[in-house]
Ligand binder design. Sequence first.
Ligand SMILES: [Mg+2]
Length: 214
Amino acid sequence: MAAETVDTAGLHDWITRFGAAVAEKREWLTELDSAIGDADHGANMARGMSAVSEKLASSAPAAADDLLKTAGMTLVSSVGGASGPLYGTFFLRMGMAAGAVQELDAPALAAALRAGLEGIVARGKAEPGDKTLLDAMSPAVDAFDAALAGGGDLAEAAKNAAVAAATGRDATLPLVARKGRASYLGERSAGHLDPGAASTALLFESLDATIAAG
Ligand SMILES: [Mg+2]
């Protein structure tokens, strides 16, 4: 039976898996960004998550909030472009919501994910449908909540969130970008996946893998 909580080591595992995923998909993320942006998303995310892994390896915090805030601050300070501040804000806000605890149960993780999402909304001023990472993250966090509201456990919530993020990523294909660099292309941004939504799908795929392994 899968665990009903995720502890600080589990959150660290999630971040490590996400780092490995963006490193593995680096070329693909860059390809997506070269179609509608400035071709740096893969490199930026891989560099940022590599910096996070190094930072956490040198001093792994014991509390969930310290771990998430360290990840967020490292991303903000090591990644240029929009993705560093956005992902950094996500982890920072998650940490603030999590508090100085050693483990999060499903509702606490849901609340932290929601706080991270709201931080991105406040920072990026984008809305669902603008062809940004929110198009994967918003349905993922909604699906996580909906699974718990329907009586599902942590594993089901994480699985449903991963599926919703991937579906949201794929749904960015026909969209015309209204935020970020891709919006400069107008109608020509349609027909390409949003690179931020693609990396966010990896984020939730990684969370699902961590929970399933726990
Ligand atoms: Mg870019």
